[in-house]
Design a protein around this ligand. Sequence first.
Ligand code: SF4
Ligand code: SF4
Length: 332
Amino acid sequence: MIDKVLIPDDNTNRFTYDYMRAMPGRINWHLNDLCNFKCEYCFFPYFTKENPDVGRLSPTQIVEAFNRTGRQWHIYMAGGEPMLYPNFIELIGLLKPYHPVYISTNLSNKYTRAFAEQITPENIISINASLHIGHHTESSLEKFIDNYKLYRSKGFHVIVTYVTHPPLFSKMDADFEFLKNRGIEHLHALTFQGSFEGKQYPAAYTHEQKKMLNKYLIDKTEMFVSMDRTNFQGKLCRAGKDYFFMDIKGNMFRCGTLEGKESYGNMFDGTFQPKQDIHACPVSRCNDSCHGITSLINMPPVPELDSDIKHSIMNGYHKVKSIFTGDTSLVE
Ligand code: SF4
Ligand code: SF4
């Protein structure tokens, strides 16, 4: 059994990468699939029905499963839309005294306001409110802003994440200005990753788009993602010891990138077994952008925009050279 905990209620921005990096044990839980939005850039297929594995355990059984590990976890919850998880409010009420949580939500679903009314902000590390601005009407955006204000008035740390789908670049400055004027305090851009109009992002971002992203990123570390430089193969990474990805069934993996590849048992059936030591990243691309990157030890220096042009020239040179020499070791 583990003791209850209370994280200090300081005024730090709880969604900085430094804050995440300092957490001793983290789990990124893919809680559910169901969502009330249908964003075309969603990582997951759209579901009109919830995944049948969702909600098999009661909130009490879930808390017991985490407590059985004998460790305190900081649990990041994402879906789908986590607030649509069965008995979500009860689950959070029971879980957070032992394991602080942070929740990624669209802040625009039928439980949004009930959550803020029934749950107190202690041990809610942050509410990561994703703003899918292309999917909002004028009135639903007003509701989003009202919901943001409700959460702030209740004392929650809220960070609004503006998802940078490529068609939005031309209006991003105006949107940020509008949202700041409407009282959104912590607002940042999240680098869109995926395909759009036959191009693969982030590789396809232009230098101008990267400059725009750089202006609004919450943490310079995310430059690795926006500049498509996420090869950390061979570098020591705490994922597998202090950070894990957990799927809907409770299966534990080293990280999101290694889901289905490097397994560590199951949280719910009691077979979860973390590694005792820190080991090197085995893959040439880290898709687990913020949690994965913050798990690295001795990170390489954050890439600078000015070095980006030089980098793409050199990469082109290595690509051409590899055709003749067969040596692809320097090609990204
Ligand atoms: S709100 Fe999030 S989970 Fe829902 S469809 Fe959009 S990207 Fe996917
Ligand atoms: S660097 Fe990324 S892909 Fe590699 S082990 Fe760490 S989290 Fe996983």
